[in-house]
Ligand binder design. Structure first.
Ligand code: AMP
Length: 633
């Protein structure tokens, strides 16, 4: 494709200068039961309403509308190297399963607007459940299976679901996690009690069913084999789902998305960002518990009439050729993954990556964390395809900064995900003054309102928190990504890490406060600071500095025992993804005179960097202690 810079820029300019015209054109990519009367209502900033008055349905657009032309084409391929299963569902079969799932939900009392919490491993039933919710206008809230009971309980209390759908267990690297007992514990902890729990039995772990409340999926499904559940047409701005993400406080934020805007944004991105065509196969290696899984395992590829791969398992089991065997077998054209996974693969024998015919693959997209040039060059060389870095967030729902190869073949720039994509009015702002930064000056990456379709509408049940969190600076005209960045003279963005206390472990976003709160629940912990420290494979790792209530960690044996106990507490409350890689014991933590914990200084010391302005520290000896424990451990 030849590159016409002027045309690329003109396309972008139209999207931000005249969003009405731009998005009204893109909206034709999906089917509307009733046309919208207003493309954008931005009368109450920062709340943007897209395609007002229009009626549509995500499930209809992802499933039903393909039946006329591709009923027998594979829609969903569910592969598990944990259970050695591989099942293909055509669009016709997917339609039948989604209808069964919708009928089951209705039989259990789920109505339009009700929340359904999905706590499931990467199995096809999870996809059916998401689509079934979309079909009947119920709001799904998928909670990542790696989360333990405490995190799950917080989400149950926030979403107050009528129904929870789960399974006996998940499995990762043959390690079985009993979801049912974690769920029972979470329901016991939560104030809100769901009326029903629908359980898929995979035969991986014993399940104790609670009479009346717990229902067996297979038994109920058998009663609804021929179900046809009419699509509920929803106003474009009706809620489609809640997805919780970490913030600076321990309370997770429930990102709420709409129906029409999300459908249009995804359908457009499948074409312009992912250059994908109906009938092709898309393989996104994420998990349905994350936004990438929502957008590019489930909704995006299905809206585009593609075959999507749902993969449960590790990238290196049975060996590091597994992903590539999937690419060969299903003729995957576009693949989406995260840099951490690629760094894991880099440690594997090269021949495993090269033994399959990868000629179908055209592009690899990487997102979720900073992509280093070495990793990018290595995988691009091995696969012989271009690698496209794309920056986005749970909140934005689809890539925000990248290169829209479907618009034009704009060249990439080393270390940069690219430029703000069509629809996103990106800027770098000086944190103190709110003024736009000069080229190459570090500032906060913000997006000027209105946010384009597909982005969060608000935080579930908390408009005030939405405004106060994301729009509190820059005269409330711009959404903060909470990422530092710079823009070079040609408009390429470079992302320099979070401005808040959120860390990114293997592409998973965690709030240091959440981890600190779980560590604080250990009876012998008096104070704790958690920071994210650079890690060669995972990008970042959590490291904890703990002040004990008594000096029980006097000996190395005591310290080791306590460290193990604290890690177990985190595993139990948050799940293993939150577990710190190290726990160090200190008697003081560096704080400002006003008592604010100086996480950034601690982090700098852990990474061997300058801790910054020390005049703000109340007790400089506390920093010395951090240095000392790192040296002696
Ligand atoms: P999440 O909401 O879990 O998807 O995490 C979003 C955060 O991940 C962003 O705010 C960034 O800090 C980081 N992130 C995502 N994609 C990239 C990327 N391509 N380059 C650098 N950081 C990224």
């Amino acid at each position: 494709m030849s590159f016409d810079a002027a045309a690329y820029d003109a396309f972008y300019r139209l999207s931000v200068d005249d969003p009405h015209t731009f998005w009204a054109t893109q909206a034709k990519r999906i089917d509307w039961h009733k046309p919208f009367t207003k493309t954008l209502d931005y009368d109450k900033p920062p709340f943007a309403k897209w395609f007002v008055g229009g009626e549509t349905n995500l499930c209809y657009n992802a499933v039903d509308r393909h039946l006329a032309t591709r009923a027998d084409q594979a829609a969903l391929v569910a592969i598990s190297t944990e259970t050695d299963t591989e099942i293909t569902y055509t669009y016709a079969q997917l339609y039948a399963e989604v209808n069964r799932s919708a009928a089951m939900m209705q039989a259990l009392g789920v109505r339009q607007g009700d929340r359904v919490l999905i706590y499931m491993p990467m199995i096809a039933e999870a996809a059916f459940a998401m689509l079934a919710c979309a079909r009947i206008g119920a709001i799904h809230s998928v909670v990542f299976g790696g989360f333990a009971s405490n995190s799950l309980a917080t989400r149950i209390d926030d979403a107050t679901p009528v129904l929870i759908i789960s399974a006996d267990a998940g499995s990762r690297g043959c390690h079985v996690t009993p979801y049912k007992s974690l769920l029972d514990e979470a329901i016991a902890l939560a104030q809100h009690k769901p009326k029903h729990v629908l359980m898929v039995n995979r035969g991986l772990a014993p399940m104790k069913m609670v009479p009346e409340r717990d229902i067996d999926y297979a038994t109920l499904r058998a009663k609804h084999l021929n179900a046809v559940v009419p699509v509920v047409w929803l106003e474009s701005n009706a809620p489609s789902y809640i997805l919780y993400t970490s913030g600076t406080t321990g309370k997770p934020k429930g990102v709420l998305r709409d129906v029409g805007g999300y459908a249009v944004a995804l359908a457009t991105s499948m074409d312009l960002v992912f250059c994908s065509k109906a009938g092709e196969t898309f393989f996104c290696t994420s998990d349905i518990g994350w936004v990438v899984g929502h957008s590019y395992i489930i909704y995006g590829p299905l809206l585009a009439g593609m075959t999507t791969i749902l993969y449960e398992g590790l990238p290196i089991r049975p060996d590091a050729s597994i992903w590539w065997s999937i690419v060969e077998k299903y003729k995957v054209t576009r693949m989406s993954s995260a840099p951490t996974a690629i760094r894991v693969l880099k440690k594997q024998p090269l021949e495993l990556l090269q033994k399959h015919d990868l000629s179908s693959l055209k592009t690899l997209y990487l997102a979720g964390e900073p992509l280093d040039q070495t990793t990018s060059d290595w995988i691009s060389g091995v696969l012989g395809v271009p690698v496209i870095d794309n920056f986005w967030q749970t909140e934005t729902g689809w890539p925000t900064i990248s290169i829209a190869k479907g618009v034009g073949d704009k060249p990439a720039r080393s270390g940069s995900p690219g430029q703000p994509l069509y629809g996103f009015k990106g800027k770098i702002i000086n944190e103190e003054t709110g003024e736009e930064c000069a080229p190459n000056e570090k500032g906060v990456v913000v997006i000027e309102g209105p946010l384009p379709p597909g982005c969060l509408q608000t935080l579930y049940g908390d408009d005030e928190r939405f405004v106060n969190t994301y729009w509190r600076n820059f005269k409330r005209e711009a959404y903060s990504t909470f990422d530092w960045g710079i823009r070079d003279a040609d408009g390429y963005y470079f992302i320099l890490g979070r401005t808040d206390d959120v860390i990114n472990v293997a592409g998973h976003r965690l709030g240091t406060r959440e981890i600190e709160e779980s560590i604080s629940s250990h009876p012998n912990v008096s104070e704790v600071a958690v920071v994210g420290v650079e890690n060669a494979i995972k990008g970042q790792c959590a490291v904890a500095f703990v002040i004990l209530k008594n000096a029980a960690a006097a000996t190395p044996e005591d310290a080791h025992k306590l460290e193990t106990e604290i890690m177990k507490v985190v595993d139990k409350r948050l799940g293993p993804i939150g577990r710190p890689s190290h726990v160090y014991f200190v008697t003081a933590l560096p704080k400002t005179r006003s008592g604010k914990l100086l996480r950034r200084s601690i982090q700098a010391i852990c990474e061997g960097r300058d801790p910054g302005d020390l005049s703000v520290i109340e007790d400089p000896a506390a920093l010395q202690q951090i240095r000392a424990v790192l040296v002696t451990s």
